[in-house]
Design a protein around this ligand. Structure first.
Ligand SMILES: Cc1cc2nc3c(=O)[nH]c(=O)nc-3n(C[C@H](O)[C@H](O)[C@H](O)COP(=O)(O)OP(=O)(O)OC[C@H]3O[C@@H](n4cnc5c(N)ncnc54)[C@H](O)[C@@H]3O)c2cc1C
Length: 434
């Protein structure tokens, strides 16, 4: 029997632990510095917004771990000694492993802004961040204005969270349109309008210069780089992306890049040490995927593949077709396959775009301009079925087939019936004018 030690009780570490238990009798220990039990990080926002209690974000009952002989240890691993196969904790204790899984996730980026460590300045990643938000921004009397720095998915979530408590929000976005490194311009422009419709003071092409302190070491204002404008605020939310949480490994001898370097078997450069989830960096990118993918589904898929390898059935990480989902206030976004932004668009990539006049629903379909191969779809405000697009991408369907059968992929055919004609008409018009 081997001792498999997993650092990190997020989706990737926990998926590994659960599957190792299904496949073997090995001893399993899961370590976390954050919480006693696994919780859904993607649900953090709903706790602040009052839709859920913390208890409801735990997918498993607290008895599950003992019942499944998964030992949980609370503690921060300060260093890893791969020669002696041991971990050293911040409290001075140590633990030996036979196989080690690094599943340590991400941390919010800080770019060395003056004032970034003042009180009232925080990221939104951990349970501790959520608790801190309750201190920094419990209501609009304590927090008269918040400034959010960084226009990604976590930034827009934080804007929504704060606005549900009536806290005025200024949102500084470096790009000249929200998330336009990922979204095609028309979609990005729709989200700009949607953010403003929710009374968020959206400042595009705006960078943080510095955060100013009051006499008690608390943030009192931010200064905008481009205009020099000083904005008074009580909370500064730093949401300018995340990066792998790997500082504690710097003396371990394990090869690091931006993340922990792994091969397709998720092996690191050290024997019997593996890395998965947000902290892992593929030595060679898989298809169009980025070498580091800080998304929930990636952690889960890596966890499943690694459990096989750990139990004697070497299994490469093969993620299949890209998909993801997110929410921009009340607009649900889904993406399947590849639809690139103008900045990253391939020279063979053509887009068909349809938008509803209410400005909250749209579809962009990407296809190969010569072969008409279907490459991917983005949908906003219309929920689609993952398994249908996954199948069509595998079957290498052309765009004409996809458009003719779009109804099959819709989650709510009755709802979709209202738009079907309009979408098909627009597609036919594009064909005529192409
Ligand atoms: C607010 C928010 C919303 C999100 N929404 C979405 C979404 O809608 N869709 C999506 O796909 N993704 C979303 N994500 C991203 C997604 O949550 C992450 O990709 C995923 O949780 C990463 O899982 P993980 O297991 O790799 O790491 P994590 O969940 O980060 O878990 C790592 C754990 O390891 C612990 N740890 C790290 N270092 C040590 C150490 N040295 N010692 C002990 N413990 C350590 C950490 O404290 C942490 O508990 C969101 C993230 C956030 C913050």
């Amino acid at each position: 029997m081997e001792h498999i030690v997993i650092i990190g009780n997020g989706i990737s570490g926990i998926t590994t632990a659960r599957h190792v238990r299904k496949l073997s009798d090995n001893k399993i220990t899961v370590i976390s510095a954050e919480t006693d039990h696994f919780f859904s990080r993607t649900a953090l926002m709903y706790i602040y917004m009052g839709h859920m209690k913390y208890e409801h974000t735990k997918p498993y009952e607290d008895w599950f771990w003992k019942e499944n002989r998964i030992e949980l240890k609370r503690g921060f691993v300060e260093s890893v000694d791969t020669a002696n196969k041991s971990l050293q904790f911040a409290d001075g204790s140590s633990l030996n492993y036979d196989k080690l899984v690094l599943a340590t996730g991400s941390k919010p980026n800080k770019f060395g802004w003056p004032g970034q460590d003042l009180q009232g300045v925080q990221g939104l990643y951990s349970k501790q961040d959520l608790d801190l938000l309750e201190v920094n921004a419990p209501n609009k009397e304590v927090c008269k204005r918040a400034v959010i720095v960084g226009g990604g998915l976590i930034g827009i979530e934080l804007a929504e969270m704060l606005s549900t408590r009536g806290i005025p929000v200024t949102f500084l976005v470096r790009e000249d349109s929200f998330w336009n490194g990922v979204l095609p311009n028309v979609e990005s422009a729709m989200i700009n309008r949607h953010i403003k419709n929710h009374h968020i003071d959206l400042r595009l092409a705006s960078n943080l210069k510095e955060i100013l302190s009051d006499e008690h070491g608390r943030a009192r204002a931010v200064v905008i780089e481009e205009t020099g404008e000083e904005l008074a605020c009580d909370l500064v939310g730093l949401t300018a992306g995340v990066s792998p949480n790997i500082d504690f490994l710097k003396d371990s001898g394990i090869e690091l890049g931006r993340g922990i370097k792994v091969n397709r078997l998720l092996e690191t450069s050290a024997k019997n040490v593996y890395a998965i989830g947000d902290c892992a960096e593929q030595r060679e990118a898989i298809g169009n995927r980025r070498p580091i993918e800080a998304v929930w589904y990636t952690g889960r898929m890596m966890g499943e593949a690694l459990a096989q390898t750990l139990c004697g059935n070497p299994t490469e990480y093969k993620p299949g077709h890209w998909f993801n989902s997110a929410k921009f206030f009340d607009i649900e976004y889904q993406t399947y396959g590849w639809v690139f932004s103008e900045r990253n668009k391939k020279d063979y990539e053509q887009h068909f775009h349809w938008a509803h006049q209410d400005d909250t629903k749209c579809i962009t379909v990407a296809y190969h301009k010569d072969s008409r191969l279907f490459l991917g779809i983005n949908t906003f405000g219309i929920r689609m079925r993952h398994e249908v697009f996954d199948r069509w991408l595998t079957e290498a369907r052309d765009v004409d087939y996809v458009m003719a059968n779009l109804k099959q992929a819709n989650f709510d055919p009755e709802f979709f019936a209202h738009f079907e004609n309009s979408i098909n008409q627009a597609f036919a018009n594009q064909l005529q004018t192409a």
